[in-house]
Design a protein around this ligand. Structure first.
Ligand SMILES: O=C(O)CCC(=O)C(=O)O
Ligand SMILES: [Fe+2]
Length: 216
């Protein structure tokens, strides 16, 4: 094991997205090598394959998901209501690391498992009412690098901004990011390995029924 596995670049880089606050840390100092965390999460998580309703039509989500968090922090999107699973030791460890790195507090985490290049996430904003009006979301990626694309919601002439989310990277979305931009993970025709993404979130105390119309 070389020290490179644990190398970290401790500075966040601000991405040039107008009307958004998006910061990227290329390499978080993980407690164990990313490959070990990835295989542990793939093996130990009770993954769910969910049907979601998008524009009134039922689809199977092209990825697997799991939702963890403090009790009572339910989350509803695209017609799915998720009751949180109790935190595991590993997820608590990762949460503490992410919280101290970005000086924020989170009470839940959504895990997305992209099994290969055919798995994806459609363009959406994380703008459910239970996240509050200007949510801070911290996204930790493990495994295969995937392209994370931002598309402006109002300005169709604004170019799509693509960023590569490598294993061990931490992306922070804050402020008006969700109000002005959508994001997604495209499919790839190349044979890609597995990736697990963890989005740490803060669910507000009240839990009105939310909706996410376009997160196929
Ligand atoms: O997998 C990713 O990087 C994106 C995850 C995401 O956008 C979400 O969970 O809302
Ligand atoms: Fe998202």
């Amino acid at each position: 094991m070389t020290s490179d596995l644990f190398a970290s670049d401790s500075s966040f880089e601000q991405l040039p997205l107008e009307g958004a606050e998006v910061l990227l840390l290329q390499q978080l100092a993980l407690p164990r090598p990313a490959s070990l965390l990835l295989s542990e999460l793939i093996r130990d998580t009770p993954w769910r394959s969910e049907h979601i309703t998008v524009w009134g039509k039922k689809h199977l989500q092209p990825r697997l998901v799991a939702w963890y968090g403090d009790e009572g922090r339910n989350y509803t999107y695209s017609g799915i209501s998720m009751n949180p699973l109790p935190w595991t030791t590993t997820l608590l460890e990762l949460r503490a690391l992410v919280e101290s790195t970005c000086d924020e507090r989170f009470n839940s985490v959504l895990l997305n498992y992209y099994r290969d290049g055919r798995d994806s996430m459609g363009f959406h904003s994380d703008d459910e009412p239970e996240l509050g009006p200007r949510p801070t979301i911290a996204s930790l990626s493990l495994g295969e690098s995937r392209i994370f694309a931002f598309k402006h919601k109002q300005r169709s002439d604004a170019p799509t901004v693509n960023i590569e989310l490598a294993s061990g990277s931490l992306l922070l979305m804050k402020g008006d990011t969700q109000r002005n931009w959508k994001h997604g993970i495209a499919k790839s025709s190349r044979p890609l390995g597995p990736r697990v993404n963890l989005t740490f979130r803060r669910i507000q105390a009240t839990n009105p029924r939310g909706h996410r119309a376009n997160a196929a």
